[in-house]
Design a protein around this ligand. Structure first.
Ligand SMILES: O=C(O)CCC(=O)C(=O)O
Ligand SMILES: [Mn+2]
Length: 157
């Protein structure tokens, strides 16, 4: 897990929050690549959302990686969407309701997919149940064998 943008999402013993520097090196996060920022803003606009991301969380999943059901609620304003880009192997994405115990449906997020959580979808519980091996159309040195790369663009502050 790492970040680019003015702010990066971080979790440690003190909890979850956005911070403006890498917690180990003290360096500022690298800028969000301009073309990806534009892509995220365009995707948001397509579903009637508008934002300028100041944070991009980079999640690299190993073949056995998963992400527990959660809501993204550390951002200042939930009117801003979250835009997710997926690369590498597909993920079985779990999409629930506004309560943790609501029923969950499964959506496949494939290489190149763009997902936007916005409006009534912004605060839905979600997670990654599993990564589906052998589904990546190409391999890349930054994605471990059988793994997946996900970028989520957020406006945190
Ligand atoms: O990997 C994904 O598709 C989802 C990532 C996510 O929900 C998060 O980083 O908050
Ligand atoms: Mn999330």
């Amino acid at each position: 897990m790492t970040n680019c943008g003015d702010l990066g999402w971080h979790s440690d013993a003190d909890g979850y929050r956005y911070i403006d520097r890498h917690p180990e090196t003290g360096a500022v996060w690298p800028a969000i690549p301009p073309r990806l920022k534009t892509l995220a803003m365009d995707a948001a606009r397509e579903v009637g959302a508008s934002f300028e991301p100041d944070a991009c969380l980079v999640n690299l999943y190993a073949a056995a990686g998963k992400l527990n059901l959660h809501q993204d609620h550390d951002e200042k304003d939930y009117a801003w969407p979250i835009v997710s880009l997926s690369f590498g192997n597909s993920a079985v994405f779990a999409l629930g309701g506004r309560k943790r115990r609501d029923p969950v449906r499964e959506v496949m997020l494939r290489h190149g997919d763009v997902a936007v959580m916005h409006g009534p979808g912004r605060m839905l519980f979600h997670g990654v149940k599993r990564i589906v091996s052998q589904t990546a159309p190409l391999t890349h040195p930054t994605i471990p064998a059988g793994g997946r790369l996900n970028l989520t663009f957020r406006r945190a502050a």
